[in-house]
Design a protein around this ligand. Sequence first.
Ligand code: PEP
Length: 256
Amino acid sequence: MKKLIAGNWKMNGSLAANEALLAELAIGLTKGLAANPNCDVAVCVPAPYLAQVQALKSAHPGLSALDVGAQDVSAQSAGAYTGEVSAAMLKDLGCRYVIVGHSERRQYHGESDALVADKAKAALASGITPIVCIGETLAEREAGRTEEVVKRQLAAVIHANGHCISEIVVAYEPVWAIGTGKTASPEEAQAVHAVLRAQLKAATDQSARVKILYGGSMNAANATSLLTQPDIDGGLIGGASLKAPDFLKIIAAAHV
Ligand code: PEP
């Protein structure tokens, strides 16, 4: 399966910083993607910068293969929801992906499994691929509940989305590994990915289409060992996606 390396810029960037980062990426991607046609690359940027990133994509031929994504979407389609951004708006701005259910949104904004599932549904209805994040906290892992938690989170999305489930991307992101410098070992990550693969297989005969990304302190040094696991189909990259040389090295590591 073609791998996907997606950057999550989180709430970082500025007009000037984005321009500099993308100019550096353009140079590297021209070389990297030509050598690695089997890897899709995306950046999920703060909503106010989506138009800027699209404009920069048009200006730099080196960015033509780069896909653009958002970091959140409303479960509602339109109306009196101040501050929300709809899937149709993201589609209008050329988004191919949107992250839903990132642990920071579950933790700081109280997003439930049901809301995350509805957001995935809203994205799919507008032709946007949701990157659905799931993952256990440290306390849940230590209590031996990892499998139960990730299966519950994924089950909510499967339940709400029926046969469309084959159109999603899953990102397994152990909460204790996000932004902490602690990475799940390749074996720990693979074990969870295999559980998720089996769950998807039971839900749809199109499960082979569903990419399962790993996220959590993936960097230039550990990317190869993670990305060569049989059920790891790419990465969702936070901190390292803000540094062009690191992000490019991770993309190169996806060349398998
Ligand atoms: C993320 O934000 O999805 C993430 C994986 O962050 P980091 O790579 O910084 O751990």
